[in-house]
Design a protein around this ligand. Structure first.
Ligand SMILES: NC(=O)c1ccc[n+]([C@@H]2O[C@H](COP(=O)([O-])OP(=O)(O)OC[C@H]3O[C@@H](n4cnc5c(N)ncnc54)[C@H](OP(=O)(O)O)[C@@H]3O)[C@@H](O)[C@H]2O)c1
Length: 260
C-alpha cells in the first residue's frame, strides 16, 4: 500500500531536475500526478523522461505559473479530468542566475518574483478556492524554498529575495489556512544535484562538497522524501514550517578548509 494511494497531486516544474524526482515519488506511492513545465516543449520533454523511467499515472500540461490565464486553464483540466486535488507542490522556480545586482534591471527582479512568488501565490489560491475548500479532506501545500533565504549567495539578489518571500508567505498562509484545515509548509534545500552540476569542473564539485558537513549535495530523491513527509497525512500537526535539507550547510559558520 502506498503513502498516497488515491490522492491527486499537482507538481509545478515537475518536468525537470528535482521536480521529476518529486513526481516519481508521488507516483511510486500511489498518487495520480499532474505536472507542468513552463512551455509545451519542456513539459513534453519531462513527460518523455518519466515515461522512460517506466512511470505511468501522470499527466503533463504546460503552464507558465506567472500567468494567471495559464494557471486557470491548468486547473480547468485538473477539474475536468480528476475532479479533485489533494496535494499541491509549488516547485517551479526561476533561478535568477547570471545577473549581478549592479546590472539587474528592476524588471528582471519582477520576472523572478513573477514565477517564484506570484506563481506560488496564484497556483495556491486556485488549489484552495477550486478544490481544497470544497472537499471534506481539505488539502496540503508544500513549497520549495531554499537555504539561500537565510544565508545569501552571490549575484542572486532576486532569487534570494524571492525565497525569503516564500518563507514569509508560507507562515502567513499557515495562519490564514490552518483554521480551514489546510496545512502549508516548505522544504528549504541547499545544494541539489541537477544537470547544472554536470557543467561544473570537478574541482568545483569537490569544493562544494567540502562546504557540506555531510560532504554531499542532495539527490533529487532526498528532496522528494522531505516533500512527501511534509505532504503526508501522518504529518497532521505541522504547518508554517520551513524544513531545511542541506547536508548541514546551515549549521556551520565556516567550511572546514578555512576553519583550522
Ligand atoms: N538546485 C538546487 O541546488 C536548489 C537549491 C535550493 C533550492 N532549490 C529549489 O528547489 C526547486 C527545484 O530546483 P531545481 O534546481 O530542480 O529547479 P530547476 O532545475 O531550475 O527547474 C525549475 C523548474 O521550474 C520550471 N519553471 C521555471 N519557470 C516556470 C514558470 N514560469 N512556470 C512553470 N514552470 C516554471 C522549469 O520548467 P522549464 O523546464 O519549462 O523551464 C523547471 O521544471 C526550486 O524551487 C529551487 O528554487 C534548488
Amino acid at each position: 500500500m502506498g503513502m498516497f494511494d488515491g490522492k491527486t497531486v499537482l507538481v509545478t516544474g515537475g518536468n525537470r531536475n528535482t521536480g521529476l524526482f518529486i513526481v516519481k515519488k508521488f507516483i511510486e506511492e500511489g498518487a495520480r500526478v499532474f505536472l507542468c513545465g513552463s512551455t509545451k516543449e519542456s513539459t513534453e520533454k519531462g513527460a518523455g523522461i518519466l515515461a522512460s523511467w517506466g512511470l505511468k499515472g501522470f499527466r503533463a500540461i504546460p503552464c507558465n505559473v506567472s500567468k494567471s490565464g495559464e494557471v486557470k486553464a491548468l486547473f480547468d483540466v485538473i477539474e475536468k479530468e480528476a475532479g479533485h486535488l489533494d496535494i499541491l507542490v509549488n516547485n517551479a522556480a526561476h533561478q535568477g542566475i547570471g545577473k549581478p545586482f549592479v546590472e539587474m534591471e528592476p524588471d528582471y527582479l519582477m520576472e523572478v518574483l513573477g514565477t517564484n512568488v506570484r506563481g506560488g501565490f496564484q497556483v495556491t489560491q486556485q488549489a484552495v478556492n477550486r478544490f481544497f475548500l470544497k472537499q471534506e479532506s481539505r488539502g496540503v501545500v508544500v513549497f520549495l524554498s531554499s537555504n539561500t533565504a537565510q544565508r545569501a549567495i552571490r549575484n542572486r539578489t532576486a532569487y534570494c529575495a524571492s525565497k525569503g518571500a516564500i518563507n514569509s508567505m508560507v507562515r502567513a498562509l499557515a495562519l490564514d489556512l490552518g483554521p480551514l484545515g489546510i496545512r502549508v509548509n516548505a522544504c528549504a534545500p541547499g545544494y541539489i544535484y541537477t544537470e547544472r552540476w554536470d557543467a561544473l569542473p570537478e574541482a568545483t564539485r569537490l569544493r562544494r562538497r567540502l562546504n557540506c558537513p555531510l560532504r554531499q549535495e542532495a539527490k533529487g530523491s532526498d528532496i522528494a522524501n522531505v516533500v512527501a513527509f511534509l505532504a503526508g497525512d501522518q504529518n497532521s500537526n505541522m504547518t508554517g514550517e520551513i524544513v531545511t535539507c542541506d547536508a548541514g550547510c546551515s549549521c556551520q559558520h565556516m567550511p572546514e578548509d578555512v576553519d583550522r
